[in-house]
Ligand binder design. Structure first.
Ligand SMILES: Cc1ncc(COP(=O)(O)O)c(C=O)c1O
Length: 432
């Protein structure tokens, strides 16, 4: 039941809902789990748009917003703020498994992707190419496009596979050239829900262009599985805390030693190592600590390890196995309820049988508009989101000749009972 040596003993993990009282304890730690403060009762399946917030994050945010003091002063308030920043940074390192490099707080995930990509493009030797894939969110794609143009480099595009809803190392191998200087990669697509094999892809990238800078968008992946920058052989990894149980208002990134040594935008004559611009918000570091503490607590239900990183990894294994159960249920159904893949009027985006899906099932109805379905679900107190062929999702929907789709997205605090409610509702709606 417990995980002792994590690496060897993953099999014995019992999924979250089979453990007495655990799903209830998890849900107890979040706000607005069953009720929207604006619309009343609802089941929340809009997690890819932003996760539920931890109660601890809400309390910490209010507390830090109340402090008038600034950092770098000789008083206890100021020292306490600096300590929160240092503690936050230490927990960010644990979260990313980063023994080297630096952890950075920025305005948002998009801003950090732009900043890391811009820094690499402006500071690396002239010439060569930059390489992205069509699976990427416009945050990294737009930054790569702009900075390839501004630094007069070729922008190479790797095509994702419409049937699988993903991209693999073979697609990269076809497009890689030895003069590639910057590569952007999305860890998990927020539209198809597919996670890519980061280790395999970066290995192939490094085989062809060993010195390139690799920046990873982990914004959709971060709430669904562990991050281990030690393993990936990359230079930057970006997450958005509002997608992983914290709040809006900041983004967090890890940058490799190599990326950190490049010139960056900063105050003239200020410390060279600083990435942050202006006074730091201690509350963002403190709320990130809350997230890591929460995952640590979750992991401690599955391992007796004294090591925090091992407890974080245990939480990730638990999250993955619980989410897999929910995703399998919604796609394949159960004895007494039809799943999305068996509903002839519905088409799922990406391979329904894939084991790489992380928390997202996007689909469309062959006769009914996505807008109508989202509204009919809303009337049944179930919140999902429409995704359209626009600058956010056109990369996935346009090749399918699809104007829009419905995105159902879960996190580990969702229960089987909630998923069954959704399934009953969608089967009823699609039959009418
Ligand atoms: C994969 C991915 N990248 C980037 C973004 C943009 O993140 P942010 O809103 O924090 O800038 C999102 C948001 O949905 C996303 O899912």
């Amino acid at each position: 039941m417990y995980i002792k040596g994590l690496a060897t003993n993953k099999r014995c993990l019992k999924v979250i809902e089979q453990r007495q009282g655990l799903i209830e304890s998890i849900r107890e730690k979040f706000v607005h789990v069953e009720t929207c403060p604006f619309e009343g009762d609802r089941i929340f399946f809009e997690n890819a748009g932003g996760s539920l917030r931890l109660k601890s994050v809400v309390e910490t945010s209010a507390l830090y917003a109340s402090y008038p003091d600034n950092q770098g002063r000789e008083n206890d308030a100021s020292k306490s703020l600096v300590k929160s920043i240092e503690d936050g940074k230490a927990k960010m390192r644990l979260f990313f498994n980063a023994h080297r490099g630096d952890v950075i707080v920025g305005e948002s995930g998009t801003e950090l992707l732009f900043r890391l990509i811009r820094t690499a493009a402006l500071e690396l030797p002239e010439g060569g190419a930059m390489l992205s894939s069509t699976l990427e969110h416009p945050a990294s794609m737009s930054a790569m496009k702009k900075w390839a143009k501004n630094t007069q480099r070729n922008h190479i595009i790797v095509e994702h596979n419409d049937d699988s809803g993903s991209v693999d190392e073979q697609a990269y191998i076809k497009k890689l050239t030895s003069d590639v200087r910057v590569v952007s990669i999305v860890h998990t697509s927020p539209v198809t829900g597919m996670t890519i094999d980061l280790e395999k892809i970066t290995k192939e990238v490094r085989n062809v262009a060993p010195d390139c800078i690799i920046i990873v968008d982990g914004i959709q992946h971060s709430s669904h599985g562990a991050i281990d920058v030690q393993k990936y052989d990359i230079d930057g990894y970006v997450v958005s805390p509002y997608k992983m149980f914290s709040r809006h208002g900041y983004g967090v990134a890890w940058a490799s030693d190599r990326l950190c040594t490049l010139n960056k935008e900063q105050l003239a004559d200020g410390p060279f190592q600083n990435w942050e611009l202006g006074t730091r918000d201690a509350g963002s570091y403190a709320t990130f600590s809350d997230v890591v503490d929460y995952l640590d607590w979750l992991g401690s239900n599955f391992t007796e390890s004294e090591n925090t990183r091992e407890r974080l990894e245990a939480s990730s294994i638990a999250i993955k196995s619980h989410e897999k159960e929910l995703v399998d249920l919604v796609i394949n159904g159960a004895e007494d309820i039809v799943g999305l893949s068996n509903n002839k009027k519905i088409r799922i985006i990406g391979n329904p049988a894939s084991t790489s899906r992380e928390g997202v099932v996007s689909f469309f109805h062959k006769n009914k508009s996505s807008r109508t379905i989202v509204e009919e679900l809303r009337q049944r107190k179930i919140r999902v989101h429409i995704r359209k062929d626009d600058h956010y999702c056109g990369n996935i929907l346009r090749p399918l000749n699809q104007k829009d789709c419905i995105r159902f997205s879960i996190c580990h605090y969702n229960s089987k009972a909630e998923v069954v409610e959704f399934m009953k509702a969608i089967n009823e709606i699609s039959a009418n």
